[in-house]
Design a binder for this molecule. Structure first.
Ligand code: HEC
Length: 151
């Protein structure tokens, strides 16, 4: 009886695993639009990306421990004002689509808004909501583009 029950449970489980594998295999075509960048441009962009992620983690740590000074500082460092004079590869701007520029702009603007809210001692819930809204741009852009090295 026990064996019987086990095999009855195993069949649907196996079928489910097979169809999971199939759907994974079908998903292996990359639907994101490739955008061409030189190696140096890609290095620059990915470096900025890792700074975004590092700051998001630090902002969350600051919110979690009630350290709003840290939140303000980390967010401001990724904002528009702090990055206005950033040394970017000079060839990069011309390659960026309007959608790309808009999403990056909203990320920078979102970090500035988080910095202002933290400086004004806004409730962590409100700051988190702003971070969530800001990160919708990270998600949207990552779903849209991938970098391809220019030949
Ligand atoms: C305007 C587009 C855009 C926005 C906005 C954006 N990213 Fe990215 N990000 C990319 C692209 C493109 C890649 C490279 C993906 C690829 O080539 O597969 C990337 C890669 C990354 C990586 C990988 C870095 C590495 O070293 O490989 C991280 C981490 C990352 N992004 C974090 C973020 C975070 C966090 C945000 C928001 C705060 C963000 N990104 C916003 C376009 C964007």
């Amino acid at each position: 009886m026990r064996h019987h029950l086990t095999s009855m449970l195993a069949v649907p489980f196996l079928l489910a695993s097979v169809s999971l594998l199939e759907s994974r295999a079908a998903d292996l075509t990359d639907k994101r639009e490739p955008v061409s960048r030189t190696e140096a441009e890609r290095t620059f962009v990915l470096d900025q990306m890792r700074l975004f992620l590092t700051s998001v983690a630090a902002i969350e740590e600051g919110l979690g421990s009630g350290d709003l000074d840290r939140v303000a500082q980390e967010a401001a460092a990724r904002g528009r004002k702090a990055n206005a004079g950033l040394a970017r590869p000079p060839t990069l701007a011309a390659k960026e689509s309007d959608a790309w520029k808009m999403m990056i702009g909203q990320v920078r603007g979102g970090f500035d808004e988080i910095a202002a809210q933290a400086a004004a001692n806004a409730p962590p819930q409100q700051i988190n909501a702003t971070l969530g809204k800001t990160m919708q741009n990270c998600v949207a852009c990552h779903q849209s583009y991938r970098i391809k090295i220019e030949d």
